[in-house]
Design a protein around this ligand. Structure first.
Ligand code: BGC
Length: 372
């Protein structure tokens, strides 16, 4: 990696809530000389988060439990050096293309594009220089509805293999209704493809505290996308009814996860895209997760059409997270709102093409509450 590392310098810590925290994060600079910083946001009901502008990554998210005790419920690291080595995308923004593009190839108006492959034969999460691995310009703003971090990134024509200069803005807001809102916008100067998401790993009992198998999950989807043995959708939309993929009524994640099912075998558990039940691009409920010991509930709302539910099947304890905690098999759940994987190669999937003059827009909201 080309970044210069200036250890033991520290950046301006911008606090947008009430708290100003010390950190052992070091400051890095890439060629664009954007300083790297840890930003903190807080609402009036005690929700707190920190975000680094390296990859726009959510580093911590403190949420009250049923007794009002705060725990950090996202996986992450204590230092920027660890994020540079990360291959799990902890807390990152993902782009230009969330999830997989088969063999990294796609056609756009008759022209073939080849992205660098980084996941077997496929490209995953925008490839090695995806949005998780770049420096975002950042500024914090306090508003009446909560504190906000605005991140901007210009992905240049040809960067990571994608056509067009793509200008991207992502805004994180913590509202006083205990919501984390993520708003995305992008514009381009040439036809391109865009599919953005965030990749937080949640454990509602607190990061590093066991697995998520007892979490109760509801997914508002009648259909999901089965995958081939390289995790590319086959193109079929399969009804969840009567399969281990049915989360229409909430049940614990472990209820069917170890069933002998060819699809679960490929993903080593759940690692699939669900097709959300919706008939417009309005914000609608996609998922609800709850955990009884802490009493925490997390609802996921989105304007997007799909969600990748990944049950942390590739975590194996080798990532040492915050305070050196090993992040073991299935110790977190990811719910990545998105258009369907490999859409650029699937004519019948809703398109991901963005043209000059159009605005890509999407919002995702995580709403936190307590089991009633
Ligand atoms: C993918 C998984 C991958 C994980 C971390 C998920 O979105 O579907 O296959 O292991 O991200 O990279």
């Amino acid at each position: 990696m080309k970044w210069a590392l200036f250890t033991f310098m520290f950046g301006t810590l911008i606090s947008c809530g009430r708290e100003k925290k010390e950190t052992n994060f070091t400051v890095l600079q890439d060629n664009s000389s954007i300083p790297l910083t840890l930003y903190s946001l807080q609402n009036t009901s005690n929700l707190k988060m920190t975000v680094t502008n390296f990859g726009g990554r959510i580093v911590s998210l403190w949420v009250p439990d049923k007794d009002g005790k705060l725990d950090d419920i996202v996986l992450g690291y204590d230092s920027l050096e660890e994020y540079l080595l990360d291959n799990s995308y902890f807390g990152s923004l993902i782009g230009r293309y969330a999830n997989r593009v088969a063999k990294g190839k796609f056609l756009l108006e008759g022209k073939e594009f080849q992205l660098p492959v980084n996941n077997g034969v496929n490209t995953l999460h925008g490839g090695p220089k995806g949005f998780h691995n770049v420096f975002w310009e950042a500024k914090t703003v306090s508003t009446e509805t909560g504190s906000r971090l605005e991140l901007n990134y210009l992905s240049k024509d040809g960067e990571a293999g994608f056509p067009g200069n793509l200008s991207v803005k992502v805004v994180y807001t913590l509202t006083d209704l205990n919501e984390l809102v993520i708003d995305y916008e992008a514009i381009t100067d040439q036809i391109t493809i865009v599919n953005l998401t965030d990749h937080s790993y949640f454990n509602l009992n607190g990061e590093g505290r066991g697995d998520i198998l007892n979490h109760q999950l509801m997914l508002n989807a009648n259909l999901y996308c089965p995958i081939d043995d390289t995790s590319i959708p086959t193109g079929e939309f399969r009804p969840v009814i009567g399969t281990p993929f049915d989360f229409l009524k909430p049940h614990s994640i472990d209820e069917f996860i170890d069933q002998l099912d060819p699809q679960l075998k490929i993903g080593k558990g759940y690692d699939h895209n669900w097709v959300l039940n919706k008939d417009s691009n309005e914000l609608s409920l996609a998922a609800r997760v709850s955990e009884s010991a802490s009493g925490r509930v997390m609802e996921l709302w989105t304007t997007d059409i799909g969600v990748q539910f990944y049950s942390g099947n590739f975590l194996d304890g080798s990532n040492k997270g915050k305070v050196g905690k090993p992040y073991n098999f299935r110790s977190a759940i990811c719910l990545e709102t998105q258009h369907f994987p490999d859409t650029p190669n699937k004519e019948h999937f809703p398109p991901v093409v963005l043209r000059p003059g159009e605005i890509y827009k999407k919002s995702t909201v995580y709403k936190f509450s307590i089991i009633k």
